[in-house]
Ligand binder design. Structure first.
Ligand code: PLP
Length: 396
């Protein structure tokens, strides 16, 4: 039995046993290079083709529009730099949001250093961009709109179809980082007007270090890695056959189980939110109540450091994620929580719990009890909390 209560599925997911099984032949007897033309290479070649078809079908794309990559980060880097360089001709303008994953934000920073201009759309307190502000940000030299399908910290799902519509009307390419959304909510790139989409295997029960970029046929895509003719000359290098086979199997399973998994996660997640908000005073839920990923809960507890709470939960065997990135020893509040307008104290008091297919009611109950206990303990040792109660604040 898993000794951990794993509530950090937005960070990564456990590998599905069936996906592991699908990988094993390519770590062993089926070692042929898929680019070779003898019998030994038939099985790996077929594994790539099958996986390509499976992931293409999952987003209603064609196989020829799928390029396997080394993960979500690579797909984001590729989409942004390729479109900027191909369509921008030495300069140009891109539109994104203030709450993208760093794989997009830091790529935008790289492009800014190279003379591109970027508009970072603000988001409201629930994490939504404004379609009016998007329209207003469009310039004659805008080459790309990049807006994530769903946010990794607070789970907010953007109005992707409407964004796609605006992009089509203004003849601008639309990229979406769908790493969190892929296999969690239905995606139809044709119907949603998506030209480029990034996805990652390890966020949907596949192995780490593999992902794909979808680029619609009409996109004039630029190669990302230069070398051999793999991935139709766009992403050179001998393919990660085992990883891609595992990714394909994981996606096949995820598509079959999506509705049941969503119902399971949503009901446990709603129960978790209900209990935490009812039983832990001075707590808020970050993000949208309704338009959020079914497995995401993100709380801010007043008067405490989320990082301290996370460490105490870890000692109980509960894996959760804090709202601040401990980078250089100092804790920086999350850019996402800042973007939705949380003051630093509340951003630093945050905790993200993301559920998965294997999460049980018992695990959620244990987690609620642990959170209650640790938040109370941390508050009783907090000077800010003491000042609050001495000043007449209602004790928790
Ligand atoms: C995890 C994640 C990424 C990065 O994907 P990797 O495969 O880990 O490189 C990018 N964007 C979002 C929204 C993510 O959650």
């Amino acid at each position: 039995m898993d000794p951990w209560i794993y509530l950090d599925h937005a960070a990564t997911t456990p590998l599905a046993p069936e996906a592991l099984e699908a990988m094993l032949p390519y770590c062993g007897e089926d070692y042929g290079n898929p680019s070779s033309s003898y019998g030994l290479s038939e099985a790996p070649k077929k594994a790539l083709a099958d996986a390509r078809q499976t992931v293409a079908a999952a987003i209603h794309a064609d196989s020829e529009e799928i390029y396997f990559t080394g993960g979500g980060t690579e797909s984001d880097n590729w989409a942004l730099t390729a479109v900027a360089e191909q369509y921008g001709q030495g300069g140009g303008h891109l539109i994104t949001t203030a709450m993208e994953h760093h794989a997009v934000l830091h790529t935008c920073g790289y492009l800014e250093e190279r003379g591109f201009e970027i508009t970072y759309l603000p988001v409201n307190e629930q994490g939504f961009i404004s379609l009016r502000e998007l329209r207003d940000a469009i310039r004659p030299d805008t080459v790309l709109i990049s807006v994530m399908t769903a946010n990794n910290e607070i789970g907010t799902i953007q109005p992707i179809r409407e964004i796609g519509q605006i992009a089509k009307e203004r003849r601008i390419l639309f990229h979406t980082d769908a790493v969190q959304a892929f296999c969690q909510i239905p995606i139809d790139v044709k119907e949603m007007g998506i030209d480029l989409l990034s996805a990652s295997s390890h966020k949907c029960y596949g192995p780490k270090g593999v992902g794909f970029l979808y680029a619609a046929k009409q996109v004039n895509l630029k190669p990302f890695l230069h070398g051999g003719a793999q991935e139709r000359g766009m992403r050179a290098g001998t393919e990660n056959v085992a990883g891609i086979a595992g990714f394909g199997k994981a996606v096949e399973l995820c598509q079959k189980t999506m509705a049941a998994r969503e119902a399971h996660e949503r009901s446990l997640r709603d129960y978790l939110i209900k209990r935490i908000l009812a039983e832990v005073p001075y707590t808020r839920l970050n993000g949208s109540r309704k338009l959020r990923l079914p497995n995401n809960a993100n709380f801010s507890f007043q008067f405490i450091e989320g990082e301290n709470l996370r460490v105490l939960l870890d000692m109980d065997g509960i894996c959760a994620s804090g709202g601040s990135a401990c980078t250089t020893g100092s804790t920086e509040p999350s850019h996402v929580l800042k973007a939705i307008g949380l003051p630093d104290a509340l951003a630093n008091g945050s905790l993200r719990l993301t559920l998965g297919a294997g999460t049980t009611k018992e695990e959620i109950e244990k987690t609620v009890e642990a959170v209650k206990k640790h938040v109370a303990d941390l508050r009783s040792g907090s000077a800010v909390y003491e000042a609050f109660t001495t000043a007449g604040g209602q004790p928790a």
